[in-house]
Design a protein around this ligand. Structure first.
Ligand code: ATP
Ligand code: MG
Length: 325
């Protein structure tokens, strides 16, 4: 028997006055997985998260966290979860440890339990050495680690992370991915948002692509990429004209391993089953039709292609993992 899901969201909607932040959103998060909401700025990620942690009432639909309704059982939900907001205010004067102690008081943790837990968390996020320094002087990565420790302080069953690595350098990002995996391996359920394709691809067990307040598709990164139906050849021809592209497209289409062809600007994107067979065959057709090839590129399906396929537009989030040349 499947364990009951950690989170069930059904037809959720949220409007801020005239702005529809989320329209009609349904999703299920399984216990013990890293679930990601991937979408560009303004897609509705933080809004969804803030409804799930009960700080924002939905305008329509329902959301249940560990079986409890976020609207009618908000106190119970709050007692079971941890939250790391997109931007946390770090106090000007407090040390890292004092931030955690203050939070321990807010959660009414007994002093002795709080101390043990705080030591544990500082160790987990590798901040022990810096725990007694004023947190304002921390680097971006250290501040984010402190945020994560704060979110974990109440020893939650589910932790919500809003853009856990936003703006961090590659090193810090990889380290935080490791902590998140470690938490999952210790049995925690993790719900996170990201507008980094690479992060969603590498870190999330399953993800939902969210755009304009709607979920476009859900699945594991591997399933989503495989669902596109094959690798892609991008062929650019010399002195390309729409007529030439149409001619080449017409010549390539009947080849048995071709799944789909799109004309994108001055090139053809050909979705193929088998790159070994398709590459020479496409070149032969081009030769035969007198279309001199300028370049031919072969790519495995990427999450970016999944995004374009399901939203109909390119991903506009920045992806600093891939250095810009
Ligand atoms: N308090 C608010 N009042 C009015 N509109 C809001 C409010 N909060 C969010 N919105 C709008 O709702 C939409 C979704 O915002 P949200 O913050 O959920 O997006 P997001 O996916 O988290 O974006 P980002 O990647 O920039 O964090 C946006 O159009 C935003 O301008
Ligand atoms: Mg956000």
């Amino acid at each position: 028997m499947n364990p009951s899901p950690a989170i069930e969201v059904t037809n959720l909607g949220k409007t801020y006055g005239a702005v529809t932040a989320i329209e009609d959103l349904s999703l299920t998060v399984q216990t013990g997985e890293i679930f990601g909401l991937l979408g560009p700025n303004g897609a509705g990620k933080s809004t969804t998260l803030r409804i799930l942690i009960t700080v924002l009432p939905p305008s329509s639909g329902t959301a249940r966290v560990l079986g409890h309704d976020v609207r009618t059982e908000a106190d119970t939900v709050r007692s079971l979860i941890g939250y790391v907001p997109q931007e946390r205010a770090i106090d000007r004067f407090l040390t890292g440890r004092e931030h955690l102690e203050l939070l321990g008081d807010l959660y009414h943790l007994p002093k002795h339990d709080a101390k043990t837990r705080i030591d544990e968390l500082l160790r987990l996020v590798n901040l022990e050495e810096h725990a007694d320094r004023v947190a304002k002087t921390y680097s971006g990565g250290m501040k984010r680690k402190l945020d994560i420790a704060c979110g974990l302080l109440p020893n939650p069953n589910i932790v919500f992370l809003d853009e856990p690595t936003l703006g961090l350098d590659v090193q810090s990002r990889l380290r935080i991915w490791d902590y998140i995996r470690q938490l999952r391996d210790n049995g925690l359920t993790i719900v996170m948002t990201t507008n980094y394709l690479e992060e969603a691809d590498q870190l999330c067990d399953r993800l939902a692509i969210i755009d304009h307040g709607n979920i476009r598709v859900t699945g594991s990164p591997k399933e989503l990429k495989a669902g596109l139906g094959g690798d892609r050849l991008s062929v650019t021809i010399q002195h390309s004209t729409p007529e030439k592209l149409a001619k080449l497209s017409g010549g390539v289409r009947p080849l048995p391993f071709v799944r789909d062809i799109r004309e994108v600007r001055n090139s053809l994107h050909i979705r193929v089953e088998s790159p070994e067979k398709s590459l020479p065959a496409v070149m032969e057709v081009a030769n035969h039709l007198d279309c001199a090839i300028d370049s031919i590129e072969y790519q495995r399906p990427r999450l970016e292609d999944v995004f374009v396929t399901y939203t109909g537009h390119p991903f506009t989030g920045e992806d600093p993992i891939i250095p810009k040349m």
